[in-house]
Design a protein around this ligand. Structure first.
Ligand SMILES: Cc1ncc(COP(=O)(O)O)c(C=O)c1O
Length: 388
């Protein structure tokens, strides 16, 4: 078609729908399909939240457009939540509510970089971050990050790879796809690097509510009021509140970037969906202990994933954290896509190939263990150990 955008055409198709087709060829002989593809909580939203959503759905207010950057009640509740966890003084007008964290990262990338600029992403990366940049004509400078460093990126290596075109470094912690939780000291060093070099540090903390219980504060960046010149934080309500279909995410940014984001979000969303916003304003304080309980539950699932892989010959866990395990498969030399497709079709274990997360990832598969009960991970290990 005339005028088709070559930047969009060059981006690979979304990997999850493709992976979801594979189990159609599985004959079911080992039991139901174990779907470890998309990160979705394997338990429902609590009944009180469902009731709030029901009430909000019929409230006339929900039928009207809302504020571009979100309803005041939710921005206040989210700012208070961030301040309680990170010890800062984020103001409600430094929060924008978006139609999910993916819209947040698209808007932030657009606000920070123009075509011809670049952003730095550790590899393996979250594929939508690479797709955002590529579609905007923004180059990606890969920051290699492997098992020898626990899949935690190295700020010194990042600095060595910076070019004048790089406008932002985008980190995901806890990480998708590896699950790695970056230590506060590493995040602080990235912030220092970005401050020195006049870059933005974008932290996608979609999985922060599932970080291990012993890490009290994900980082200290918000304690220093100067965060506003450098730091941008992304968050998703999808996993923490089990409402991915209601599409709600958040950006925390200083006034300058917020002014740009407001223009972009006006075009992309006009306002985020109001039903979820109304329910979440209540849920953030009211469901604090429920959220914390889920952290414990997810950590137990993570430990079940550790045990499952420890029992498996040939497989190793490259990394495991909040929601994901990044497993090294034993089929040396075989492309990850082939391995993932074969496991889905032959034994009904559906994963994403490492190749979906950037170059050099052919030895890995990503498993979203959060989706299933520990018993299913025992079942998974028994299927993976089969030789037929
Ligand atoms: C790192 C990361 N960011 C953002 C998202 C998307 O979140 P949302 O559903 O809020 O758009 C995901 C979902 O898988 C994710 O893994």
């Amino acid at each position: 078609m005339a005028g088709a955008n070559p930047h969009v055409a060059a981006v690979a198709p979304p990997p999850i729908p493709e992976a979801r087709l594979w189990p159609a060829r599985y004959d079911g002989r080992l039991g139901p399909v174990l779907d470890l593809t998309q990160a979705v909580p394997g338990y429902p939203a609590p009944p009180e939240l469902v009731a709030r959503i029901g009430a909000a759905a019929t409230d006339p207010e929900s039928f009207a457009y809302g504020h571009i950057t979100g309803d005041a009640a939710l921005r206040e509740a989210y700012a208070a939540d961030v301040n309680a966890l990170y010890g800062g003084d984020v103001a409600p007008d430094e929060v924008a509510i978006t139609t999910g964290a993916n819209m947040a990262s698209f808007a932030v990338t657009m606000a920070l970089a123009q075509a011809g600029d670049a952003v730095m992403l550790p590899v393996p990366w979250y594929f939508n971050h690479q797709m955002n940049a590529a579609m905007l004509g923004v180059a990606v400078v890969p920051l290699p990050c492997g098992p020898e460093e626990g899949f935690v990126p190295d700020p010194d290596r990042a600095e060595a790879l910076l070019t004048d075109r790089v406008k932002a470094i985008l980190l995901v912690t806890p990480n998708n796809p590896t699950g790695a939780v970056y230590p506060p000291s590493t995040i602080a060093r990235f912030a220092d690097l970005c401050r020195r070099r006049g870059l933005a540090l974008v932290l996608d903390e979609t999985y922060r509510d599932f970080r291990p219980a012993d890490l009290a504060r994900p980082h200290d960046l918000f304690v220093d009021p100067a965060w506003r010149d450098t730091v941008v934080q992304l968050y998703s309500f999808s996993k923490s509140y089990c409402i991915p279909g209601y599409r709600a995410g958040a950006v925390v940014a200083g006034a300058g970037l917020m002014a740009s984001l407001t223009k972009i979000l006006d075009c992309l969303q006009i306002c985020a969906p109001r039903v979820g916003q109304a329910a979440l304003a209540w849920a953030i304080p009211a469901l604090a202990s429920w959220r914390d309980g889920n952290r414990t539950l997810m950590n137990a699932r993570g430990e079940a994933a550790d045990r499952a892989f420890a029992s498996l010959e040939g497989w190793t866990l490259g990394s495991r954290g909040a929601y994901f395990a990044y497993a090294r498969h034993p089929f040396a030399g075989r492309p990850a896509l082939d391995v993932a497709r074969d496991l889905a079709e032959r034994i009904g274990v559906v994963t994403l190939p490492g190749s979906a997360f950037g170059p050099g990832q052919e030895e890995y598969l990503r498993l979203a263990f959060a989706n299933v009960e520990p018993a299913a991970l025992v079942d998974m290990a028994s299927r993976l150990s089969r030789r037929d």
